[in-house]
Design a protein around this ligand. Structure first.
Ligand SMILES: Cc1cc2nc3c(=O)[nH]c(=O)nc-3n(C[C@H](O)[C@H](O)[C@H](O)COP(=O)(O)OP(=O)(O)OC[C@H]3O[C@@H](n4cnc5c(N)ncnc54)[C@H](O)[C@@H]3O)c2cc1C
Length: 419
C-alpha cells in the first residue's frame, strides 16, 4: 500500500487474476455478509481494513492499444505508466495525471485531472466503456449514456458501485511536449512575489498550456540532495502541447517564469511524452499522509498568499501546497453525462501533509486554517485529492449530483463494498 497511515488486516485477501475471480470474491462476500475493500496501488486507501475481504486488482493490468481507433483497453489494475509506455510507440498518449504509479481506475473514478487537463478536459470525459462487477456479483458492460456509467465516472471514488475489471479510454495524438519544472528558493525570492508572477503568467495562457505552482519545505533529511535539505522551495510545473515543435517557441512561453526570481533549478525543455513524469517528480516511496483539495471559483491573491504563509516555514511541519490552474477544456460539458462536479472551478488548491507520530490531529487544525482563508471563494472539494480521511464527505459534490449518486447507490444496495 502506498498510503501507510492505516492498519490493513483483512480476514481474506483475494488477488484477482481475472473478472471471474472478482465475481467469485464479490459473491462470496455477499453470501457471508463480509465487507469488500477494493485496492490496486493503495494511493487512495481511505481508512483501516479490519476483517472482511481485501480484493486486490493489481494483476488485472493488461493494456491493449488500438492505434487506428486511438483507444486503449486497460485492465482494472493497470497503472498510468503502463498506458503511457504502450501508447507512445504510436505517437499517442493517455490523459494521465502527474504520477505514473497511480492506478488508472482509481484516478478515473475521481474524475482524473491530467497533466494536459486544460487542453483535453477531465480524463473521465474520455472513457468509451467500463466493465463493472456490481455488488450482486454480476458483470455489466457499460457505455456512455448508461446511468451507471455516468455515476461511476467522477462519483465512484466516494460511492461504491462495484469493481471495474476493464476500461476503454481515448488516446490523444501527443508524442512530445514542452514543459518541466522551474524552482525558486523561498528564502531568496519572496514567495508572494513568485505567486503573483505565476498568476499573472498563467491567467494569460491558452488552453494548450496546463500548469501549477507547488510550495513546500523539504525536511532536513540526509536522504535528500544537499541543495534541497530544509529549504522552502516554490516551483512552477508546465505542460504545453500547442506549439509547433520549435524549442524557441517553448522558450518564449516560459521566459516570464525565468524572470520571476533567482532560479534554483530549471528542467523546462522539449521532451518526449514518456518523460512527462519528470515534470512533477511525485514521490515513489510509500508513506503516511493526509490531504485535501479545495476547488475555487476565482482566486483571491491575498488569501492564497496567506495559505503560503500558513503552510510555509512558519508551519513548523512539512506541508505540500499545490495550486492547479483549471479552466480551458476542464470547464466543458462532457459528451455523455458523468459525475465530475464543479466544472466552473478556475483553480484547485491541493494540500498534502505527511503524517508524523502526532497523527492527523495537528494537520487537521492547520488545514482548517487553510480552509478558512479560502472559504469565500470555495465551491467544493476535489475527491481525488482527499487522502487519509474517507469519512469527510461534505462538499465533494453539488446537491444535485450528490442526490443522483445516492439514488444510484441505493438501487445497487452495495452494503458489502467499502473503499
Ligand atoms: C503521488 C500522487 C499523485 C497523484 N496525482 C494525481 C493527478 O495528477 N490527478 C488526479 O486526478 N489524481 C491524482 N492523484 C490521486 C489519485 O488519482 C487517487 O488517489 C486515486 O484514487 C488513486 O487510485 P489508485 O488505484 O492508485 O489507488 P487505490 O488506493 O488502489 O484506489 C483508490 C480508490 O479507488 C478504488 N479502486 C481502485 N481500483 C478499483 C477498481 N478496479 N474498481 C473499483 N474501485 C477501484 C479503491 O477502492 C479506492 O477507493 C494522485 C495521488 C498520488 C498519491
Amino acid at each position: 500500500m502506498f498510503q501507510t497511515a492505516f492498519t490493513v488486516a483483512p480476514g481474506r485477501l483475494v488477488a484477482a487474476t481475472g473478472p471471474d475471480d472478482v465475481r467469485a470474491a464479490v459473491r462470496h462476500a455477499a453470501a457471508h455478509g463480509l465487507a469488500v475493500t477494493v485496492t490496486n496501488t493503495g494511493h487512495g486507501l481511505a481508512g483501516p481494513v479490519d476483517g472482511g475481504v481485501l480484493l486486490d486488482t493489481s494483476a488485472l493490468d493488461e493494456v491493449v492499444v488500438d492505434p487506428r481507433a486511438r483507444t486503449a483497453r486497460i485492465g482494472g489494475g493497470a497503472r498510468w505508466g503502463q498506458v503511457v509506455a504502450a501508447a507512445a510507440p504510436h505517437g499517442l498518449a493517455p490523459l494521465n495525471g502527474s504520477s505514473p504509479g497511480v492506478g488508472v481506475v482509481g484516478y478515473l473514478l475521481g474524475g482524473g485531472l491530467g497533466i494536459l487537463g486544460r487542453t483535453y478536459g477531465w480524463a473521465a470525459d474520455h472513457v468509451r466503456s467500463l466493465d463493472l462487477v456490481t455488488p450482486d456479483g454480476e458483470s455489466r458492460h457499460l457505455a456512455p449514456g448508461d446511468e451507471l456509467f455516468g455515476a461511476v465516472l467522477g462519483g465512484g471514488a466516494a460511492h461504491r458501485f462495484g469493481v471495474v475489471t476493464a476500461v476503454t479510454v481515448d488516446l490523444v495524438p501527443v508524442a512530445r511536449l514542452y514543459g518541466g519544472s522551474i524552482a525558486f528558493d523561498g528564502a531568496e525570492a519572496a514567495p508572494a512575489e513568485v505567486l503573483r508572477g505565476y498568476l499573472r503568467w498563467a491567467r494569460a495562457l491558452p488552453a494548450t498550456v496546463t500548469s501549477s505552482l507547488a510550495a513546500l519545505v523539504y525536511p532536513d533529511l540526509p536522504a535528500l540532495p544537499p541543495h534541497l535539505r530544509g529549504r522552502y522551495v516554490l516551483s512552477v510545473r508546465v505542460a504545453c502541447t500547442g506549439y509547433s515543435g520549435s524549442t524557441a517557441e517553448g522558450e518564449r512561453l516560459v521566459a516570464p517564469l525565468r524572470a520571476l526570481g533567482p532560479v534554483m533549478s530549471d528542467s523546462l525543455r522539449e521532451m518526449p511524452y514518456t518523460e512527462s513524469p519528470t515534470i512533477h517528480a511525485d514521490p515513489e516511496t510509500p508513506h503516511a499522509y493526509w490531504g485535501d483539495g479545495i476547488l475555487l471559483d476565482a482566486l483571491d491573491e491575498e488569501a492564497l498568499a496567506e495559505v503560503l504563509r500558513l503552510t510555509g516555514p512558519a508551519a513548523g511541519r512539512m506541508a505540500v501546497v499545490q495550486l492547479n490552474h483549471l479552466g480551458g477544456a476542464l470547464a466543458d460539458a462532457p459528451a455523455a453525462p458523468n459525475s465530475v462536479p464543479y466544472r466552473e472551478a478556475a483553480w484547485l488548491v491541493r494540500a498534502l501533509y505527511p503524517l508524523g507520530e502526532d497523527g492527523p490531529g495537528p494537520v487537521r487544525e492547520l488545514h482548517a486554517r487553510v480552509e478558512r482563508a479560502l472559504a469565500p471563494r470555495t465551491l467544493g472539494r476535489a475527491v481525488n485529492f482527499v487522502f487519509g480521511d474517507g469519512e469527510r464527505r461534505e462538499g465533494l459534490y453539488d446537491a444535485e449530483t450528490a442526490k443522483r449518486l445516492a439514488a444510484v447507490e441505493s438501487e445497487l444496495d452495495p452494503a458489502n463494498l467499502s473503499g
